[in-house]
Structures are given as structure tokens and as C-alpha cells.
Design a protein around this ligand. Structure first.
Ligand SMILES: *[C@@H]1O[C@H](CO)[C@@H](O)[C@H](O)[C@H]1NC(C)=O
Ligand SMILES: *[C@@H]1O[C@H](CO)[C@@H](O)[C@H](O)[C@H]1NC(C)=O
Ligand SMILES: *[C@@H]1O[C@H](CO)[C@@H](O)[C@H](O)[C@H]1NC(C)=O
Length: 374
């Protein structure tokens, strides 16, 4: 029986034997490449109109909220065709070789909207293919301003935009084509999670010259489960306190309303002290402010109702007529039973009526805020 050879082993043997046979004589190849580059002028572009293929590989993206900037570490892969750098792969017995990038003509593709902390490492090597294709990778470490959109805080998604283009070549001379790499996403475990990346290609007219501008937008989402939990708990506690307060008689309401207001104010002070410069306000902060104002209104309404109930002057005739009409529709029996005179009974009933009206308005306000904002 013939011995069975594993297919992976066969593949490995094939690769090793192939690697041996191709580009093996490095001394000879270096001489050949040197001869090729000796007659090559790296100052002149490969053609009057040339096309650069570009793709972006993001390794790291994060946002600094204090100064509203985004930082991105990425590889910008540029490839183009330079017929002067082609050779006969059969004669040379080699189809690709690495050469120092500074010996080649390099396209003028730079970042336009951000500050590059290290603008591409030119000492990196470029890969030449026998058909004249050059692949050059620019290492990028970029910082760009972002306008934070905090509406969905703490589950907000921010768009970080980086624009690239040529500074002096018009689109007729140098055109950039974005090649989207499907598996270029990285999954980091930092405070920001990269969701996706999109690209867009536009023309920008500068002094009568059309320039190609390529925009890459990285979408990152904040990861702050503790903030989401704490905010939810504070909001629910404040709403329960407000709901409880509306169920109490007017004079017992203020302490609960004050506690709800204090709780939300503490949250707002904490959030405000984070000092974020942003283009929008979180919905959570709007909810806290609303709860705080509603609590204050509830306390003020209770005070007004108490003031009306303790009136001692003779009630106007109009009020009496109103009370007798409304008492048929709803129960206006006062809360306290220590009523001495008919006069104070009338005021107590009108306080009850005022209280009911204000509570209806209060619930309506809460409802309108909820519908408009959330
Ligand atoms: C590489 O090529 C040179 C020039 O043709 C030759 O002298 C040398 O023996 C070759 N070396 C190998 C390892 O084949
Ligand atoms: C550029 O991309 C196009 C297709 O998107 C491809 O046909 C062409 O060969 C690429 N050119 C280079 C130099 O990589
Ligand atoms: C490359 O060289 C081989 C051998 O010298 C020759 O047969 C072939 O036609 C050449 N190919 C091209 C594209 O010139």
C-alpha cells in the first residue's frame, strides 16, 4: 500500500520548493533592480494621467472627549502602475521584489483635515511586481477634530472623518480610486468600539482646479454600561418619587418633590463636571432637567394650594357659583376635616379644585415633554 501524504504537507512542500526556485539569487536580483532604477527618474510621474488605488486599514480608533478630537492609527495602502518598473518575470526568475520607497516616485496623497503626528514612514519599503505594479503602505497616526453628537449618550455613535487628496495635482493628472477592503475592521476592547467604516469620493474645486478628495468615515460607539445603568436608576427613582408625590395630599408633597429634584440635580452636576464640548445635548440630561423642573413645579403648586386653602376672607360670588357647578361633576370634599366655618369650607373646596386642575396640567406637561423629546 502506498504511504498516504497529508495534503497540507504537500502544499507546504510545494510552497517551500516554489520559494526556493523564485527570487533565490538575491545578489543577481539586487544588481538587476539597481540597473533598472539607474535609468529611472524618480522625480517624474509614471504617466501624464495616472490612477492610484487606495485602501484603508484601521488598527485603532478612539475619541478624546476633553478636547473633542479623534485619534486613528491606520495603514493607507496605495498602489499604482509604473510601466518603467516592469521586467520579464521568466528571464529574471522573479515576479516581485521589495525596494526602499525613497528610490521610487511616490504619489502626493496627503491627509487634508487632520494633523498627522507622523506623516507616513518614508523609510518603509515598497513592493514592486514584474508587471510594474507598486504597492506602498503609509503608516498613519492621525488626530482630527470631531463634533461630538451626544443625544444618545451613553450609547452614542460618533463619526470620525479623515480626508485625503493630492495637494497640487488635478484630478486629470492624479485620480484616487478607493478599493474597499471588506475585512478591514478591528475589534478592540477599549472605551470605544469600532462599528464600521465607509468611504466617499468627491471632487473639490480649488482655484479653478478640480482635486480628488477621498473621505473615510469611521463609526465608533461608546462603551459605558455603568453610566447607562446609573443614569437609568436615577431617572427611574426620580420619576417614582414624582409619581408618589402626586398621589399624596398637597401639604405632604414638597419633601418628596424636593428629594426627586435633589437626586436629578446631583446627576446633572456630575455630568456637567465632565466638561464635554459637544454639538448636541444627551437625551438623558434633558430627561433629568425635565424631572427637576417638574419636581419644582409640583412643590410650588402644593404651596399655592395650601395658601388658597388657608384663606379666611369671604369667597367671591363667582367662585361660589363655579364651586356649586363643579361639585356635581367631581368630589370636592376637602382633605382636612377641621373646618370651622362655611367660608373656610368654600376655600378648602376651591383649593381642592385648584389642586385637581394643577395635577391634570402637571401630568399633561410631563406627557408633552416625553412626546416631544423621546
Ligand atoms: C547568481 O547569479 C550570478 C550571476 O549570474 C552567478 O554568478 C551566481 O552563481 C548565482 N548564484 C546562485 C546561488 O545561483
Ligand atoms: C486598481 O483597481 C482596479 C479595480 O478596482 C484594478 O483593476 C487595477 O488593476 C488596480 N490597479 C493597481 C495598480 O493596483
Ligand atoms: C520573457 O522572456 C522569455 C524568455 O526570454 C520570452 O520567451 C518571453 O516572450 C518574454 N516575455 C515577454 C512578455 O517579453
Amino acid at each position: 500500500m502506498a504511504p498516504r501524504v497529508h495534503p497540507a504537507l504537500l502544499l507546504l512542500l510545494f510552497c517551500v520548493s516554489n520559494a526556493r526556485s523564485e527570487c533565490d539569487n538575491t545578489t543577481l536580483l539586487s544588481l538587476q533592480i539597481d540597473a533598472l532604477l539607474a535609468v529611472y527618474d524618480r522625480e517624474t510621474p509614471p504617466a501624464a494621467r495616472h490612477q492610484i488605488n487606495a485602501s484603508m486599514d484601521v488598527r485603532h480608533a478612539t475619541i478624546n472627549e476633553i478636547d473633542s478630537t479623534a485619534r486613528m492609527l491606520a495603514d493607507l495602502k496605495l498602489s499604482w502602475n509604473d510601466p518603467r518598473l516592469s521586467w520579464n518575470a521568466t528571464e529574471w526568475d522573479c515576479s516581485g521584489w521589495m525596494v526602499p520607497a525613497e528610490r521610487l516616485w511616490l504619489p502626493d496623497v496627503v491627509v487634508m483635515n487632520a494633523a498627522a503626528t507622523s506623516a507616513g514612514d518614508v523609510s518603509l519599503r515598497a513592493r514592486l511586481d514584474s508587471d510594474g505594479t507598486v504597492l506602498w503602505i503609509k503608516r498613519l497616526d492621525l488626530t482630527a477634530p470631531v463634533q461630538l453628537q451626544l443625544r444618545d449618550w451613553p450609547r452614542d455613535v460618533q463619526d470620525v472623518t479623515f480626508k485625503f487628496g493630492s495637494r497640487m495635482h488635478s484630478v486629470q493628472e492624479l485620480d484616487i480610486v478607493v478599493i474597499d477592503v471588506k475585512n478591514s475592521l478591528v475589534f478592540e476592547a477599549g472605551a470605544w468600539e469600532m462599528l464600521s467604516m465607509s468611504s466617499e469620493s468627491t471632487l473639490w474645486n480649488r482655484e479653478g482646479m478640480d482635486l480628488r478628495v477621498v473621505t473615510w468615515t469611521v463609526h465608533v460607539r461608546r462603551r459605558a454600561p455603568a453610566h447607562a445603568l446609573a443614569t437609568g436608576v436615577v431617572l427611574i427613582a426620580a420619576l417614582i418619587m414624582l409619581a408618589g408625590a402626586t398621589a399624596l395630599p398637597p401639604l405632604q408633597r414638597p419633601p418628596l418633590a424636593a428629594a426627586a429634584a435633589l437626586l436629578t440635580v446631583v446627576w446633572l452636576v456630575w455630568w456637567g463636571s465632565r466638561g464635554m464640548a459637544a454639538g448636541s445635548c444627551p437625551a438623558a440630561a434633558v430627561a433629568m432637567c425635565s424631572a427637576c423642573v417638574l419636581a419644582a413645579l409640583l412643590g410650588a403648586c402644593a404651596a399655592l394650594v395650601g395658601r388658597v386653602a388657608s384663606c379666611t376672607t369671604a369667597p367671591p360670588r363667582l367662585l361660589r357659583a363655579l364651586l356649586s357647578r363643579v361639585s356635581g361633576l367631581c368630589d370636592l370634599t376637602p382633605h382636612s376635616d377641621t373646618l370651622s366655618s362655611e367660608q373656610s369650607a368654600a376655600w378648602a373646596a376651591s383649593a381642592r379644585l385648584l389642586d385637581r386642575t394643577l395635577l391634570v396640567l402637571f401630568h399633561l406637561t410631563g406627557f408633552i415633554i416625553a412626546v416631544v423629546y423621546f
